[in-house]
Design a protein around this ligand. Structure first.
Ligand code: R5P
Length: 283
């Protein structure tokens, strides 16, 4: 078994390599002067099981994945597993308006071409796994996020909307604390409304958990509401920290105590690792 990590997912690839005791294949990669991607596998992976690890965000990393998949296929690997820590485009999982694509399906179709198995972490909705024509599975980083939050003396864990309630429930079970949800209405990609709700948050340490922080709008509004209810500290935790535009500023301005994300997208808030939830698929 060999592991190949694309540039978006080196840490996850290295962690998987250590825990599975499988080497990282020697490869050469670079960008041509026009920014096109070049890739070459130096090790002989013929008849081997090769695990490619690559987050499909931002767009450059999608092309990288396709090129790596093709290199592995051309090298005649016996089995190709694709680990996608963050599956980009998953939120366009249906046609919300006539004339739109189902972007998650388009991505899944292309990835399936050179893959025997796909594994991703906390997809926005589980049904996107059905878009793959190869076997597709998911795992969750919630237990790892909950373990991190356990040290913060959290009194209550909150989902920013009802759709994320199961995540909060799962984390609360591990953290042995209360859980609840906020009532969110999305107006458009940039605007959301968090409806006031009866929450007993006075002097409490609250953590809000979600799959994604993108513009930070959902979390920032939730923090403001919680502060109105008298919350002492508000932590925000997510699996996929996109932190688009002014997201971090929005969260700090809203009064966030700490921002926590995982290494599905590597950044300054990647405090939790996801390799442990992925390794069980390979042992
Ligand atoms: C939506 O259903 C997701 O679970 C997240 O709540 C959402 O993607 C977060 O986006 P933003 O940070 O832009 O509010």
């Amino acid at each position: 078994m060999y592991i190949i990590g694309g540039t978006a997912s080196k840490t996850v690839a290295e962690d998987l390599s250590k825990s599975l005791k499988a080497p990282i294949a020697e490869t050469i990669s670079k960008r041509f002067p026009d920014n096109e991607f070049y890739f070459r596998i130096v090790d002989d992976v013929k008849d081997e099981h090769v695990i490619i690890v690559q987050t499909t965000y931002p767009d450059n990393n999608i092309i990288e994945l396709f090129i790596i998949q093709n290199a592995v296929e051309e090298a005649k690997a016996k089995e190709i597993s694709i680990v996608i820590p963050y599956f980009g485009y998953a939120r366009q999982d249906t046609k919300f308006k006539d004339g739109e694509p189902i972007s998650a399906k388009a991505m899944a179709n292309l990835i399936s071409l050179n893959a025997d198995r796909v594994i991703t972490v906390d997809p926005h909705k589980e049904h996107i796994l059905d878009f793959f024509s190869t076997s597709a599975h998911s795992c969750t980083a919630v237990p790892e996020l909950a373990k991190y939050l356990k040290n913060k003396k959290i009194d209550m864990i909150l989902a920013p909307d009802k759709g994320a309630l199961n995540r909060a429930k799962e984390a609360a079970k591990i953290m042995k604390c209360d859980f609840d949800y906020m009532e969110k209405t999305r107006i458009d990609g940039e605007t959301i409304e968090i409806k006031p709700k009866n929450l007993d948050a006075v002097d409490k340490n609250v953590a809000i958990i979600d799959d994604i922080i993108s513009t930070g709008g959902t979390m920032a509004k939730s923090i403001v509401e919680l502060k109105k209810y008298g919350a002492k500290n508000v932590y925000v935790a997510c699996t996929h920290g996109l932190f688009a535009g002014e997201a971090v500023k929005k969260l700090t301005t809203a009064g966030c105590t700490e921002i926590i994300s995982t290494d599905t997208i590597v950044g300054q808030f990647s405090k939790v690792k996801v390799a442990s939830c992925l390794k069980s698929f390979f042992i």
